[in-house]
Design a binder for this molecule. Structure first.
Ligand SMILES: C[S@@+](CC[C@H](N)C(=O)[O-])C[C@H]1O[C@@H](n2cnc3c(N)ncnc32)[C@H](O)[C@@H]1O
Length: 308
């Protein structure tokens, strides 16, 4: 492989073998583009890996991946351009102020590039692929018993409002907050026809606009990694705030706590946070989805406060 660095080729090979073992091609396409944000070079590497393989199963899997990327060529090109622009990075930010400014700029810019890619790169920019993941999350929520027509819900970092659209018919109210004005505009447009959906701009620092014990479910899909990037003080505040706004017995679900690829460390931190803020840990960092590799943390507030 002459057009890919040695390190990139090693990464791509690792991604492809993980995908062949048990993977979803959309996740593999995202990871390959993250490792090598040039679609032609990435496709050539997949082709080369396919030619080199003696296993029919591997060749078939790599063929599926190539075809998916070709079928979403424009979306893959856009994602590669977004990655090359380097507006996003995963370096820790020096202060909460800088973290919030970084996220606002990043997501205002991302949603202008493409709504679906701005919230999930593994959508490859496709509404259909994004809906597949969204439905999987909603099915998991239903199975975990956190939905209901008598439940008031809030998403921290609601992005384009895909979760509110999907949950609107299954809950009493579906609130969403986001610090990006561009995301809030996109979410309001998407949810305009839904009377029980409420989208608000937030400072990104707390849940101040929500009253004590006013919600049954607080959740975050892929927004906690940005809180973590802004510093643990912001994470701590959000756990304290979630404990305040949830009714007794209410649920806090965090899908992806960080992007640092250290699952054991994330599990340790979430358990400690849960203990400090009066939550029981129901699930801690498993990967329950087929079409998305998000890690799930489900915490439950005590049914009756300890001092009652
Ligand atoms: C990757 S997107 C995911 C959006 C949405 N949860 C989804 O999955 O479709 C992360 C979102 O979190 C928002 N966000 C980041 N930090 C935030 C904070 N401190 N408070 C509220 N929203 C935040 C971003 O603006 C962005 O819309």
């Amino acid at each position: 492989m002459t057009t890919m660095t040695r390190a990139q080729w090693a990464d791509v090979r690792r991604i492809l073998s993980a995908y062949v073992r048990r993977g979803d091609p959309a996740i593999a396409a995202r990871d390959v583009l993250l490792a090598c944000p040039d679609v032609a070079i990435a496709q050539a590497a997949i082709g080369e890996a396919r030619e080199r393989s003696r296993s029919a199963t591997t060749r078939a899997a790599l063929g599926r991946l190539s075809r998916l990327m070709r079928a979403h060529a424009a979306g893959c090109e856009r994602i590669a351009r977004m990655l090359r622009a380097e507006v996003d990075h995963d370096r820790p930010l020096p202060s909460v102020d800088e973290g919030i400014a970084f996220c606002r700029k990043l997501f205002d810019w991302s949603v202008r590039q493409n709504p679906e890619s701005s919230v999930a790169l593994c959508s490859l920019g496709s509404p259909r692929l994004l809906a597949r993941v969204t439905h999987e999350i909603v099915a998991a929520f239903a199975q975990w018993g956190v939905l209901g027509r008598d439940r008031d819900t809030l998403e921290i970092g609601c992005g384009i409002g895909r979760m509110q659209v999907a949950l609107s018919g299954r809950v009493r109210s579906a609130h969403g907050i986001d610090l990006s004005a561009g995301m809030v505009r996109a979410a309001r447009k998407r949810c305009a026809h839904l009377g029980n959906v409420h989208i608000q701009t937030t400072s990104g620092r707390d849940l101040a606009r929500y009253a004590d014990r006013s919600l049954d479910l607080v959740y975050a899909v892929d927004s906690f990694p940005y809180l973590v990037q802004s510093g643990m003080a912001l994470v701590e505040t959000h756990l304290r705030e979630a404990a305040r706004v949830l009714r007794p017995g209410g649920d806090l679900v965090i899908l992806n706590f960080s992007y640092r690829s250290d699952a054991a460390k994330d599990r340790r931190i979430v358990r400690a946070l849960a203990k400090r803020h009066g939550f029981a840990v129901v699930r801690c960092g498993d990967k329950p989805f087929a079409h998305w590799d998000g890690e799930a943390f489900h915490l439950r507030k005590a049914a009756r406060p300890l001092n009652d």
